[in-house]
Design a protein around this ligand. Structure first.
Ligand SMILES: [Zn+2]
Length: 286
């Protein structure tokens, strides 16, 4: 009898422990920068994606040749990874602090868009950074937001909540038609209430969740306010690796495992949307 009770208790404990999400992942924030390419050639990074169950990536790189290399690689198809290429606004580190007012960046974007990649046209712009939100009103930043909306390009922006409003205000539709993927959903950690306000204001705003402060609590589990937000807006979040330094490549598989852990706590259909469907829908992937 005691043995039976022990077995029943163990079975109950196992059933409340959620299983990790096991479906496909869309990595919506990936860099393949110049310093990554020698230690981590395409076969290496694509192997990490394959082993992690990543089936599509938003690829961008400083400079853009890393993205071209991934888009042209037959290994991507072999690994079952769809490359969604974005034009990065940076040729080098100095461009981080100047792109929003440097007209040569605008011309570089135009020429990259005209050139396209081996796996098809560029689908977006970014990632770009604004460390001072006022620079969202820089002349080149404004022109690029107009260009993005007119050419139906998505935008991957590492900015604060004030800059989201400013960037959206620069578009012809005042933010109603721009697909803006908000990197980290605000790395400074605006409150879930403020995130909700912006999601309601801009119908195509998406929150990308790498490095998001306050997202996970003890044991890598979702914190309650974020779980609530995801259940309320299941179509508005995506995940990403943000391989901005090589160390992120080295921990790529662990990063994706971390996502699978908290995704597993959500209802399966919500997990699947955040893991894959929302990103796939943004770019009309099957
Ligand atoms: Zn990044």
């Amino acid at each position: 009898m005691r043995l039976l009770l022990t077995l029943v208790a163990a079975a109950l404990a196992a059933s409340v422990q959620a299983a990790d999400y096991a479906g496909p992942l869309f990595d919506a924030h990936l860099h393949y920068n110049v310093e990554a390419q020698a230690p981590h050639p395409p076969a290496d990074v694509l192997g990490r994606m394959r082993r992690s169950g990543v089936k599509a990536i938003i690829a961008n790189s400083r400079p853009n040749d890393g993205t071209h290399a991934l888009a042209a690689s037959p290994l991507a198809r072999e690994a079952g990874v769809t490359v969604v290429p974005f034009v990065r606004l940076y040729r080098n580190r100095a461009d981080y602090d100047n792109w929003f007012r440097d007209d040569s960046i605008y011309r570089m974007v135009e020429s990259e868009l005209a050139r396209g990649t081996a796996s098809g046209p560029f689908r977006g712009l970014g990632e770009f950074h604004l460390y001072d939100s006022g620079n969202a009103n820089g002349p080149v930043a404004k022109k690029l937001m107009v260009l993005a909306e007119e050419k139906n390009l998505a935008v991957l922006a590492h900015v604060d909540d004030t800059a989201v409003d400013l960037l959206m205000a620069s578009t012809p539709s005042k933010g109603q038609k721009l697909r803006l993927i908000w990197a980290h959903t605000g790395i400074g950690g605006p409150s879930p209430a403020r995130v909700e306000e912006l999601l309601k204001k801009y119908p195509l705003l998406m929150g990308e969740l790498s490095y998001r402060p306050g997202l996970t609590c003890e044991g890598g589990k979702l914190c309650a306010p974020w779980r609530e937000l995801m259940l309320k807006f299941p179509d508005r979040f995506v995940i990403g690796s943000d391989t901005w330094i090589n160390q992120r490549w080295e921990s790529y598989e662990d990063l994706m495992k971390g996502y699978r852990t908290w995704l597993g706590e959500l209802p399966p259909e919500v997990a699947r949307r955040i893991a894959w469907d929302n990103g796939a829908k943004l770019f009309q992937l099957p």
